[in-house]
Design a protein around this ligand. Structure first.
Ligand code: SF4
Length: 226
Protein backbone atom coordinates (compact mmCIF):
# COMPACT_ATOMS: atom_id res chain seq x y z
CA UNK A 1 0.00 0.00 0.00
CA UNK A 2 1.44 3.38 -1.02
CA UNK A 3 1.58 6.59 1.06
CA UNK A 4 -1.79 8.15 1.96
CA UNK A 5 -2.14 11.84 1.05
CA UNK A 6 -3.30 14.38 3.65
CA UNK A 7 -6.22 15.22 1.30
CA UNK A 8 -7.37 11.60 1.46
CA UNK A 9 -7.10 11.60 5.29
CA UNK A 10 -9.07 14.85 5.54
CA UNK A 11 -11.73 13.48 3.19
CA UNK A 12 -12.01 10.30 5.26
CA UNK A 13 -12.31 12.28 8.52
CA UNK A 14 -14.93 14.60 7.00
CA UNK A 15 -17.01 11.66 5.74
CA UNK A 16 -16.68 9.86 9.09
CA UNK A 17 -17.73 12.95 11.02
CA UNK A 18 -20.74 13.42 8.68
CA UNK A 19 -21.74 9.79 9.24
CA UNK A 20 -21.10 9.43 12.98
CA UNK A 21 -20.98 13.00 14.31
CA UNK A 22 -18.50 14.05 17.04
CA UNK A 23 -19.10 11.01 19.21
CA UNK A 24 -16.49 8.92 17.41
CA UNK A 25 -13.79 11.50 18.17
CA UNK A 26 -14.80 11.78 21.84
CA UNK A 27 -14.75 8.00 22.14
CA UNK A 28 -11.21 7.89 20.78
CA UNK A 29 -10.07 10.26 23.55
CA UNK A 30 -11.46 7.90 26.21
CA UNK A 31 -9.59 4.96 24.65
CA UNK A 32 -6.35 6.94 24.89
CA UNK A 33 -6.78 7.74 28.59
CA UNK A 34 -3.94 6.43 30.85
CA UNK A 35 -4.23 2.88 32.09
CA UNK A 36 -2.96 1.64 35.44
CA UNK A 37 -4.05 0.06 38.69
CA UNK A 38 -7.79 -0.24 39.19
CA UNK A 39 -9.13 2.52 41.42
CA UNK A 40 -11.91 1.73 43.85
CA UNK A 41 -14.69 4.25 43.20
CA UNK A 42 -15.86 3.77 46.83
CA UNK A 43 -12.79 5.57 48.21
CA UNK A 44 -13.81 8.70 50.13
CA UNK A 45 -13.19 12.22 48.81
CA UNK A 46 -11.27 13.36 51.89
CA UNK A 47 -7.76 12.36 53.09
CA UNK A 48 -8.75 11.90 56.76
CA UNK A 49 -11.65 9.62 55.86
CA UNK A 50 -9.41 7.77 53.41
CA UNK A 51 -6.86 7.15 56.20
CA UNK A 52 -9.65 5.85 58.43
CA UNK A 53 -10.79 3.50 55.68
CA UNK A 54 -7.41 1.90 54.88
CA UNK A 55 -5.17 2.18 57.97
CA UNK A 56 -5.82 -1.41 59.03
CA UNK A 57 -5.16 -2.78 55.52
CA UNK A 58 -3.87 -6.35 55.20
CA UNK A 59 -4.12 -6.64 51.43
CA UNK A 60 -0.52 -7.86 51.26
CA UNK A 61 1.80 -9.69 53.66
CA UNK A 62 3.40 -6.44 54.88
CA UNK A 63 0.23 -5.76 56.86
CA UNK A 64 1.30 -8.57 59.21
CA UNK A 65 4.93 -7.49 59.70
CA UNK A 66 4.56 -3.70 60.04
CA UNK A 67 4.71 -1.87 63.36
CA UNK A 68 2.78 1.15 62.09
CA UNK A 69 0.88 1.96 58.92
CA UNK A 70 2.51 5.05 57.31
CA UNK A 71 -0.16 6.96 55.41
CA UNK A 72 1.59 10.26 54.64
CA UNK A 73 1.85 13.75 56.11
CA UNK A 74 1.55 17.32 54.93
CA UNK A 75 -0.63 19.92 53.33
CA UNK A 76 -3.78 18.36 51.81
CA UNK A 77 -3.74 21.10 49.15
CA UNK A 78 -0.02 20.85 48.37
CA UNK A 79 1.50 21.84 45.02
CA UNK A 80 4.24 19.29 45.54
CA UNK A 81 3.91 15.60 46.47
CA UNK A 82 7.13 13.79 47.41
CA UNK A 83 7.06 10.01 47.11
CA UNK A 84 9.58 7.54 48.51
CA UNK A 85 9.57 3.79 47.97
CA UNK A 86 8.43 2.54 51.40
CA UNK A 87 8.78 3.25 55.13
CA UNK A 88 12.13 2.38 56.71
CA UNK A 89 12.81 1.33 60.30
CA UNK A 90 12.28 4.76 61.89
CA UNK A 91 9.19 5.47 59.79
CA UNK A 92 7.72 2.10 60.73
CA UNK A 93 8.22 2.90 64.43
CA UNK A 94 6.86 6.46 64.26
CA UNK A 95 4.15 6.05 61.61
CA UNK A 96 5.51 9.04 59.66
CA UNK A 97 7.43 9.14 56.36
CA UNK A 98 10.98 10.51 56.09
CA UNK A 99 12.04 10.84 59.73
CA UNK A 100 15.57 10.41 61.10
CA UNK A 101 18.68 11.92 59.47
CA UNK A 102 17.38 11.55 55.91
CA UNK A 103 14.15 13.26 56.92
CA UNK A 104 16.06 16.12 58.53
CA UNK A 105 18.06 16.61 55.33
CA UNK A 106 14.83 16.59 53.32
CA UNK A 107 13.41 19.26 55.65
CA UNK A 108 16.50 21.45 54.99
CA UNK A 109 16.08 21.03 51.23
CA UNK A 110 12.41 22.02 51.51
CA UNK A 111 13.32 25.10 53.57
CA UNK A 112 15.72 26.11 50.77
CA UNK A 113 12.80 26.21 48.32
CA UNK A 114 10.62 28.07 50.85
CA UNK A 115 8.46 25.04 51.67
CA UNK A 116 8.05 22.65 54.57
CA UNK A 117 6.11 19.49 55.30
CA UNK A 118 3.32 21.70 56.65
CA UNK A 119 3.47 24.26 53.84
CA UNK A 120 2.57 23.31 50.26
CA UNK A 121 4.16 19.84 50.46
CA UNK A 122 2.75 16.35 51.03
CA UNK A 123 5.10 13.42 51.75
CA UNK A 124 4.28 9.74 51.37
CA UNK A 125 5.55 6.44 49.96
CA UNK A 126 4.47 3.98 47.30
CA UNK A 127 4.01 1.34 50.03
CA UNK A 128 2.34 2.22 53.34
CA UNK A 129 4.04 -0.58 55.28
CA UNK A 130 7.74 -1.41 55.77
CA UNK A 131 9.23 -4.32 53.81
CA UNK A 132 11.36 -6.51 56.13
CA UNK A 133 15.01 -5.39 56.30
CA UNK A 134 14.19 -2.48 53.98
CA UNK A 135 14.26 -4.68 50.89
CA UNK A 136 12.83 -3.28 47.65
CA UNK A 137 9.04 -3.58 47.25
CA UNK A 138 7.76 -6.72 45.50
CA UNK A 139 5.57 -6.31 42.42
CA UNK A 140 2.51 -7.81 44.14
CA UNK A 141 2.90 -5.39 47.06
CA UNK A 142 3.08 -2.45 44.65
CA UNK A 143 0.02 -3.59 42.73
CA UNK A 144 -1.97 -3.85 45.99
CA UNK A 145 -0.77 -0.56 47.48
CA UNK A 146 -0.30 1.80 44.50
CA UNK A 147 -4.04 2.48 44.09
CA UNK A 148 -3.92 4.13 47.56
CA UNK A 149 -1.15 6.46 46.37
CA UNK A 150 -3.03 7.28 43.20
CA UNK A 151 -6.15 8.15 45.19
CA UNK A 152 -4.12 10.36 47.56
CA UNK A 153 -2.70 12.21 44.53
CA UNK A 154 -6.16 12.53 42.99
CA UNK A 155 -7.41 14.14 46.22
CA UNK A 156 -4.43 16.49 46.61
CA UNK A 157 -4.20 17.47 42.91
CA UNK A 158 -0.57 18.66 43.07
CA UNK A 159 1.20 20.53 40.29
CA UNK A 160 4.13 18.13 40.52
CA UNK A 161 5.16 14.74 41.94
CA UNK A 162 8.78 14.11 42.85
CA UNK A 163 9.94 10.50 43.19
CA UNK A 164 12.77 10.32 45.71
CA UNK A 165 15.33 7.72 44.65
CA UNK A 166 15.75 5.10 41.96
CA UNK A 167 13.36 2.56 43.44
CA UNK A 168 10.50 5.06 43.80
CA UNK A 169 11.19 6.38 40.28
CA UNK A 170 11.30 3.01 38.56
CA UNK A 171 8.26 1.76 40.48
CA UNK A 172 6.11 4.78 39.59
CA UNK A 173 7.29 4.87 35.99
CA UNK A 174 7.13 1.08 35.63
CA UNK A 175 10.59 0.93 34.04
CA UNK A 176 13.87 -0.67 35.05
CA UNK A 177 16.40 2.12 34.56
CA UNK A 178 19.23 3.67 36.56
CA UNK A 179 18.41 6.92 38.34
CA UNK A 180 20.65 9.00 36.06
CA UNK A 181 18.55 8.09 33.00
CA UNK A 182 15.29 9.06 34.78
CA UNK A 183 16.63 12.40 36.14
CA UNK A 184 16.23 15.66 34.22
CA UNK A 185 13.05 14.54 32.44
CA UNK A 186 9.48 15.70 33.06
CA UNK A 187 7.64 12.36 33.16
CA UNK A 188 3.89 11.76 33.48
CA UNK A 189 2.20 9.85 36.30
CA UNK A 190 -1.50 9.30 35.57
CA UNK A 191 -1.80 12.85 34.24
CA UNK A 192 0.44 14.64 36.78
CA UNK A 193 4.01 15.72 35.86
CA UNK A 194 6.69 13.73 37.71
CA UNK A 195 10.41 14.32 38.28
CA UNK A 196 12.88 11.78 39.69
CA UNK A 197 15.73 12.91 41.95
CA UNK A 198 18.06 11.50 44.59
CA UNK A 199 16.77 10.01 47.84
CA UNK A 200 17.99 12.05 50.84
CA UNK A 201 19.46 8.87 52.42
CA UNK A 202 21.60 8.48 49.27
CA UNK A 203 22.78 12.10 49.69
CA UNK A 204 23.93 11.30 53.22
CA UNK A 205 26.06 8.47 51.81
CA UNK A 206 27.21 10.48 48.75
CA UNK A 207 27.42 14.21 49.63
CA UNK A 208 28.98 14.91 46.19
CA UNK A 209 25.49 14.37 44.70
CA UNK A 210 24.11 17.40 46.57
CA UNK A 211 24.90 20.01 43.83
CA UNK A 212 22.96 17.92 41.26
CA UNK A 213 20.09 17.56 43.73
CA UNK A 214 20.05 21.30 44.27
CA UNK A 215 19.76 21.77 40.49
CA UNK A 216 16.74 19.43 40.53
CA UNK A 217 15.10 21.32 43.39
CA UNK A 218 15.60 24.70 41.69
CA UNK A 219 13.78 23.20 38.68
CA UNK A 220 11.09 21.78 40.99
CA UNK A 221 10.64 25.21 42.58
CA UNK A 222 10.30 26.90 39.18
CA UNK A 223 7.47 24.49 38.30
CA UNK A 224 5.49 24.78 41.54
CA UNK A 225 5.99 28.57 41.74
CA UNK A 226 4.70 29.11 38.19
S1 SF4 B 1 1.73 -2.33 52.06
FE1 SF4 B 1 -0.16 -1.39 51.31
S2 SF4 B 1 -1.38 -3.10 50.47
FE2 SF4 B 1 0.22 -3.98 51.83
S3 SF4 B 1 -0.79 -4.16 53.81
FE3 SF4 B 1 0.30 -2.21 53.80
S4 SF4 B 1 -1.28 -0.72 53.14
FE4 SF4 B 1 -2.05 -2.77 52.61
Amino acid sequence: MGPVSSDAVNRYLKQTRELFGDELFLEKKAVLSPTGPTINSDYPSDLVKFYEQIHECHNCALGNSRTQFVFGVGDPNASLVLVGEAPGEQEDLKGEPFVGRAGQLLDKILTAIDRSRQKDVYICNVLKCRPPNNRDPFADEVSECEPYLIHQINLIQPKLIVALGRVAGKTLLNVDKPLKSMRGILHDYHGTPLIVTYHPAALLRNPNWKPETWKDFKWIRSIIDA
